[in-house]
Design a protein. Structure first.
Length: 120
């Protein structure tokens, strides 16, 4: 199993990019945990609605807008990921600064593109 990724903003809706990301991460052999507004299962991964302190999260990939991200700042820091990916529409200079101050790398990129081009 490859490094663990937390998808924040996971959705059961097949047209959502977070849904596609969970599927693609699983198909590429990554360990995936998911956090969303509704419980359910995507690609065999249960979507949690509670903020769980998952262990050994390497990457957090965001699918929530910057105004919603504020309530996750401390949670993300508590997970101590090695990096955070800001997918299109999630760009947040305020959070970039917080991550930098906590020595957490971040990328403004698309998880789906990174996986498709073997750059994940």
């Amino acid at each position: 199993m490859k490094n663990k990724t937390l998808v924040i903003g996971a959705s059961l809706k097949q047209e959502r990019y977070s849904y596609l990301a969970v599927n693609k991460l699983v198909s590429h052999g990554f360990e995936v945990v998911a956090l969303g507004l509704k419980t359910g299962v995507v690609a065999g991964i249960a979507i949690d609605t509670e903020l769980k302190l998952y262990e050994n999260v390497h990457t957090v990939t965001l699918y929530i807008n910057p105004s919603v991200q504020k309530m996750y700042y401390d949670y993300i820091l508590d997970l101590k990921p090695q990096r955070v990916i800001f997918n299109p529409g999630t760009e947040n200079p305020e959070l970039y600064k917080i991550l930098e101050e906590n020595n957490i790398l971040y990328e403004v990129a698309c998880t789906l593109v990174l996986l498709s081009t073997n750059q994940y």
